[in-house]
Design a protein around this ligand. Structure first.
Ligand code: FES
Length: 121
């Protein structure tokens, strides 16, 4: 097994930032229409900085690992910088290339984070 697959499995089995934030300032949920899985993101923004972020919902290993890696990545980052993230940045975090079907799983977290950041709770 490659190092990158180990990373994905580690984040899937021991997800970072899993849960909900009662005092979130921003929230969004997005469903992956191809499988029905849903990801929810809670974010606390203060002075344009992402102070805290948590995710919940269900999904495959790729979607959960991507949410875990992305939430780690954007914590303490500015909203502006997080909104500039692109699909290639997520693939870089995951360290793998994904087939078109799996790409939806991998990018679900990015779509949900961006939706949350552009709308308040
Ligand atoms: Fe549902 Fe990947 S199979 S999110």
């Amino acid at each position: 097994m490659s190092l990158y697959q180990d990373l994905i499995l580690d984040h899937y089995r021991n997800p970072r930032n899993q849960g909900v934030l009662k005092n979130a300032t921003h929230y969004a949920e997005v469903s992956n229409l191809s499988c029905g899985d849903k990801l929810c993101i809670d974010i606390i923004v203060k002075n344009d900085i992402i102070e805290d972020v948590k995710f919940s919902g269900s999904g495959c290993a790729i979607s959960q690992a991507s949410a875990s890696l992305l939430t780690e990545h954007i914590k303490n980052q500015s909203v502006e910088k997080a909104l500039m993230l692109e699909p290639k940045d997520i693939l870089e975090l995951l360290g793998v290339t994904l087939s078109p079907n799996r790409l939806k799983c991998g990018l679900l977290s990015l779509e949900t984070v961006k939706k949350a950041l552009t709308q308040s709770k």
